[in-house]
Ligand binder design. Structure first.
Ligand code: PRE
Length: 282
């Protein structure tokens, strides 16, 4: 099986992907869109992309592409502890650094540390933490540093100057396995945290009580929502879609009836799947 992931090698997404798919062919992609496109075009069977971080919140690009590509479903969620380190080329000194590169999520998760200790050093977004580490290793003549993980430091031969720079010790990122088939991913070697369903919902029109009407579909059935997030539709200010997680196992009658009722109130629903959440190691 071919599995795409947000690369290059030693990205956090790769660390998650190797635990989820230890025996499959893993294909690094340059960005999250390329992961979705590879699945959509059938070049790979599945992809692993980040969805949400406990410090910085939703990875909006992932949510946007889930919405834009209704053929893509979720097979599993996986939660992994995240530790960020600041690293430089071993030929350079941290005092000389003029720019710090990393994925925007990693820079945001370490914002207070960087702002306190390296306030006047420019920060620049990169497609992933590992891509930033690779760039630092390939450009010893530049006065740059990267925020990335221990594996990236080892793989790209960088020196760690500051360890565990994330602003909160408890830092976790939730990844999703996406595919066109939406199979139910199983793995006896990983700890399962629970089961849930994912839905993308758009309200028919802006009217009083519209969201309340949608939520009551779940409420009176005692279906527990573990997440609700609104995201702009990009059709104008004030227009949103909602990403909703319903906790618990799939109940054919209850869930099917809820989906039918949502349709009957003219909410548009993309059912992303019913899947398990797993706990990964750092
Ligand atoms: O840049 C990486 O290494 C990634 O895998 C991406 C990503 C993210 O988008 O959230 C994954 C985990 C961390 O939260 C930081 C970055």
């Amino acid at each position: 099986m071919k599995i795409a992931f947000l690369g290059p090698h030693a990205s956090f997404t790769q660390l998650a992907t190797t635990q989820l798919f230890p025996n499959e062919e893993l294909l690094p992609q340059a960005n999250i869109l390329d992961c979705f496109a590879a699945v959509e075009r059938g070049e790979v069977d599945k992809a692993v992309v980040p969805l949400e971080n406990s410090i910085e919140g939703t990875v909006s690009m992932t949510l946007d592409y889930l919405y834009k590509t209704p053929s893509i479903k979720i097979e599993a969620e996986a939660v992994m502890p995240i530790a960020h380190h600041l690293m430089i080329h071993p030929d350079n000194k941290i005092e000389d650094v003029e720019r710090i590169y990393s994925h925007p999520q990693a820079l945001a998760q370490s914002f207070h540390f960087l702002d306190t200790h390296y306030k006047n050093i420019q920060r620049q977004d990169f497609s992933s933490t590992a891509a930033a580490a690779k760039f630092v290793s390939e450009n010893p003549d530049q006065r740059i540093a990267a925020v990335a993980n221990q594996f990236a430091a080892n793989l790209y031969g960088l020196k760690i100057t500051n360890r565990n720079i994330q602003d909160f010790e408890q830092n976790h990122t939730r990844f999703i396995v996406i595919s066109k088939e939406g199979h139910f991913y199983k793995n006896k070697n990983l700890e399962a945290l629970g089961e849930k369903s994912g839905l993308l919902i758009t309200l028919p029109e802006d009217h009083a009580g519209g969201l309340h009407q949608v939520l009551s579909v779940f409420a009176w059935r005692k279906m527990n929502l573990s997440k609700i997030e609104s995201r702009t539709l990009k059709t104008g200010l004030g227009n949103y879609f909602f990403f909703i997680n319903v906790a618990g196992e799939w109940n054919p009658v209850l869930h099917q009836n809820a989906l039918q009722e949502l349709e009957s109130i003219h909410a548009s629903v993309d059912f992303l799947g019913n899947y398990k959440e797993f706990l990964l190691e750092a």
